[in-house]
Design a protein around this ligand. Sequence first.
Ligand code: PEP
Ligand code: MG
Length: 550
Amino acid sequence: MKILQGQGVSKGVEHGPIYFCRRSQTLIQPDKADDPRFQGERLDRAMEQAAQQLGQMAELARAQAGDSAAQLFETHAMFLEDEDYTGAMEELLAEGYCAEYAVDQAGEQFSAMLAAMDDPYMQARAGDVKDVTGRILNNLMGVVEGGIDSQVPVILAAADLAPSETIQLDKSKILAIATQGGSGNSHTAILARTMGIPAVCGLGASFNESYHGKQAYIVGETGQVIFDPDQETLQSLKARQAQQAQRRALMRSMAGREDVTLDGRKIKLCCNIGSLEDVDAVLANDGQGIGLFRSEFLYLAAGGCPSEEDQFQAYKRVALAMKGKRVIVRTLDIGADKQAGRFHLNREENPALGLRAIRICLNHPEVFHTQLRALYRASACGKIAIMFPMIASVWEVKECRRACQRVMDELTAEGIPFNPDTEIGIMIETPAAVFMAPELARLVDFFSVGTNDLTQYTLACDRHRSDLGKFFDPHHPAVLRALKMAADAAHEAGIWIGICGELGADPNLLPIFLAIGIDELSVAPSAVLPLRAALRKSIANRCTLDLLMS
Ligand code: PEP
Ligand code: MG
């Protein structure tokens, strides 16, 4: 038996073969080939396949998310024709190298050349070249689209996964996720929880490609990857799986029940989503609304700014699917780990403290305006609410409100329907917002606490680093006191307050949320029914603020 220890970031036990994706990126050796002509033919086939895939993906993207989403793949396809890029491959083939090495090196050279250019647009294309290079390599090595060339579902393994990669994976093929890097607060972990897939991250470099193809158990609760379990461990794993199946059945019995404590206190249990696809999970888990739609994933999937029409269609679809239940769309929150080279953001020394979220929107009024127009238009089709991330100052909220007013005036003048009473809220994610909560509460309709960032900024602790371990403690009394300060200010001003950070899904904290008077919890869809079960067993009047003191 062998056990690798990492950090469990999404619960559940699954068993299956380990599948290391993006093998191509690390295994390429400068091997010489005996038959250069054969290598040339292989390369041609891989390029043709890439062109076909990109054409299909552009069409799919156009149908699902509109023209601007399709453009990303069209740009990728153009690189397949670039003579500098393909010329470098041919030279290496002529020197006798295998096709894989020729592609890998040509990709490195060409992307380095673009990255060194002065023009930020061209610099940003370096990432596109890496994507295209990866695609050709995958074709050469038989790794199929979606990164998973397997007939059976697998445990997806990788050094790390970018959020944009995670959303593009074929989820029907993924039993669980295991990564060398990452932490529980990374967006990949959040997405795993949204999809209800067990995940372990921070396994370190010893979890490497030598495990590709090996059967393993992933235990999301303990953060373990277990190979060849001994008899006793096997029995306990099977028992856990049986309990898991039982728990799932029990949870299903919670669907359709009210979110209420034994003594009648209600907390609305809603869901966090990152894409249109996630709405199915919200409905399946009986979420009472969407408390956080991370709209930036539309931008990441589109590789840039989706047009007003594309965004309108996306928000409208979610609003209609939720049939009158509230859908809180958070305006664009890129920067930090959600790096978007195509927005031409500069590399920053401290990205979490830099140009991100609302700061980008206020600096790029045209991007903000387009999103607000789409949101207000969608407000005529369902119960849309708008939420601004990373607020630190009163003036930011006033400027956001002015931007909303401009959009409403425009739509009125154009005779386009919208809901003028669309709720406007802010995320409480910075200590500044907590201290300013009484003033901020007078400007908005609701608060939603982003405990992932609030913990990061309150404790001065990077949420994405796996090695900070116990120092990143969302249960820290400082974070809980911040929560109470924000809640008191909200209630004093007569507005409601929710939590949409990961902390909201922790059933052990329900008593404190009840004691503080939190009105809504927005969590991964898979966390709704377990929370409902815990809520329905709670007595709100017996909950105390003890945890705040220790
Ligand atoms: C948060 O910070 O808690 C939050 C919900 O936003 P995100 O995780 O997307 O930064
Ligand atoms: Mg945040």
